[in-house]
Ligand binder design. Sequence first.
Ligand SMILES: *[C@@H]1O[C@H](CO)[C@@H](O)[C@H](O)[C@H]1NC(C)=O
Ligand SMILES: *[C@@H]1O[C@H](CO)[C@@H](O)[C@H](O)[C@H]1NC(C)=O
Ligand SMILES: *[C@@H]1O[C@H](CO)[C@@H](O)[C@H](O)[C@H]1NC(C)=O
Ligand SMILES: *[C@@H]1O[C@H](CO)[C@@H](O)[C@H](O)[C@H]1NC(C)=O
Length: 299
Amino acid sequence: MFKKIFNRIFIGLTTLLLFTIMVSEASPIRRNNNTQTPVTDDDIREFKLWVKFASAAYCNVTDWNCGKACLGETAGTRLIKFFSNTVPRDNNGYVAINDKEKSIIVGYRGTADVKSFVSDTEFFQTPFVNSKFKDAKVHSGFFATYNDTREEITKLLKDLIKKNPDYKVISTGHSLGGSLAVFQTLDLIDTPELNPSNLITYTYGEPRTGNQDFAKFVQSTGFKFFRIVNRNDIIPHLPPQSFKYNQYGPEFWVDPEKNIVECSTAEDETCSNSQVPNLSIISHANYFDTAFLLTCLAK
Ligand SMILES: *[C@@H]1O[C@H](CO)[C@@H](O)[C@H](O)[C@H]1NC(C)=O
Ligand SMILES: *[C@@H]1O[C@H](CO)[C@@H](O)[C@H](O)[C@H]1NC(C)=O
Ligand SMILES: *[C@@H]1O[C@H](CO)[C@@H](O)[C@H](O)[C@H]1NC(C)=O
Ligand SMILES: *[C@@H]1O[C@H](CO)[C@@H](O)[C@H](O)[C@H]1NC(C)=O
């Protein structure tokens, strides 16, 4: 088990190193334009709460028992469904209810297996048919992973929404899990009970999920996607823009002084893009007080 995890991390780090070089070469040095706006304390509270739910998706959650991520503020969450090792794409995650936060939560796991970001065939984009923008495309590997559980989990969530009409829905994930959380939200948007005030997405270190038209689609929905990027985390800069990938806006950036600022446009040069090419995988593994790969083990 641990050998497998370490092998995955090793392969991941090696490929990332290659990638750092590619990203550096593809991106000009950016200048800081200082067009950021500060984030409210209420938003920061939410960012710090939902990161714990995002990290729980890395664990073998049974009965909301998963080490540090299942303690403290998240304690008492009721696990509805845990899924793992789905076929063929090995998707992992859970659906749960937290009565204190009056929330139905869907959490998706990221991957330490960064191969899925880089293998040639997977770079291809697949049309995002659910979109009002006909040229919207997404990373075919990310979408295929989501697709493993798409029907079952979307149906389960819709049932829970009917049974808990005064609860909000939180879709969250770290890394690849962030992309999956976005797909999940987009599948729920037309649910009659849901609107921008009760369906909210929090992603941490989300890679570029799709192309510019996909980004436009996400932004056009009017729903809140809190795409949080820590400092100089490398993953939000992958796959490179030269492969027709584009982030959606706004970006919520934890800057090197740990201020949390909002940059309203996608790929804004004043937020995390200002860190290119000095990007780091360490900054990907840690968001707020959560160290994603250790969270299930720590007590
Ligand atoms: C996850 O938990 C279940 C139930 O306790 C157990 O049967 C299973 O082996 C665990 N899986 C892993 C990968 O630890
Ligand atoms: C998604 O899964 C469905 C079955 O649930 C399958 O029919 C469809 O081809 C899959 N789509 C992709 C893009 O993998
Ligand atoms: C930042 O400033 C540069 C140079 O003035 C300009 O080209 C660029 O469009 C600005 N970016 C943003 C996001 O305002
Ligand atoms: C690069 O990032 C690291 C943190 O990952 C930081 O300690 C260092 O000061 C940065 N270097 C430059 C030149 O900004």
